[in-house]
Design a protein around this ligand. Structure first.
Ligand code: AP5
Length: 221
């Protein structure tokens, strides 16, 4: 089972991928988390991609595709994979199809989390992140129990440097120019499901789980 989570920055891809992968026993693969870990650990990949992340630009396709291929080959695939933040360009989507085809697999489901721009911007402005365990917090019901402290591991919460308003604008521009065509790509393949991402985290997760289970059931008919 290969599931792609698509959506603008702040649409809830990471939040949902964590919940749904845990509930369904799928591997969660986030290209943003992999890049941030590489930057934190100052690996050669981290040095190469840091400027792109700081500017809110997409990392070149060749670098991103090579990293995902490597991550997929390294990880046990469990029941399947949820790809969070990949593919983000048509070239990445085509490279992913080609890589899966080599092993007789394909993308089974692409979920597009639809959230309006004003909500995205407000969410990114109030997002807090735990650099220790990657937990993500927001406002209201998504806030940590104790301000500034991770509920899960007690780590100190920080704000992502690319959540500054000028970088958020650049990330949204990249999204509209390069990632929106990927939504159409999956729609034409008949695997796209649109989910209203502007509901409670729990309700969005229920819709995604139902869509994955429905797709699994269809595959077994
Ligand atoms: P990445 O980390 O993937 O960033 P992004 O796509 O911009 O997405 P975000 O992580 O900002 O948002 P999200 O949709 O995961 O939302 P979240 O769940 O956190 O990529 C970062 C950078 O890496 C890119 O800019 C690029 O440079 C590079 N990169 C990554 N992938 C790449 C690729 N494939 N190709 C090239 N470059 C790549 O939620 C946001 C906030 O909203 C949180 O505070 C959360 O608590 C809150 N929230 C979530 N859901 C809800 C809800 N239902 N109701 C209320 N609040 C909610």
């Amino acid at each position: 089972m290969f599931v792609v989570l698509l959506g603008a920055p702040g649409s809830g891809k990471g939040t949902q991928a964590k919940i749904v992968s845990a509930e369904l026993g799928l591997l969660h693969l986030s290209t943003g988390d992999l890049f941030r870990a590489a930057v934190r650990e100052r690996t050669p990949l981290g040095m190469l991609v840091q400027d792109y992340l700081d500017r809110g630009e997409l990392v070149p396709d060749s670098v991103t595709v090579a990293m995902v291929r490597e991550a997929l080959s390294r990880q046990g695939l469990m029941r399947g994979v949820i790809l969070d933040g990949f593919p983000r360009t048509l070239a990445q989507a085509q490279a992913l199809d080609a890589a899966l085809e080599e092993t007789g697999k394909r993308i089974d489901l692409a979920i597009y989390l639809d959230v309006k721009d004003s909500v995205l911007i407000a969410r990114l402005d109030s997002r807090w992140h735990c650099p220790n365990c990657n937990a993500v917090y927001g406002a209201g019901e998504n806030a940590p129990l104790k301000r500034g402290t991770c509920d899960r591991c007690g780590g100190q919460l920080t704000q992502r440097s690319d959540d500054r308003p000028d970088v958020v604008r650049a990330r949204l521009d990249e999204y509209f120019r390069k990632t929106v065509p990927v939504i159409e790509y999956y729609r034409q393949r008949g695997v796209l499901r649109e989910v209203n991402g502007d509901q409670s985290v729990k309700d969005v997760a229920s819709e995604i789980v139902a869509a994955v289970e429905e797709t699994l059931a269809q595959a077994h008919r």
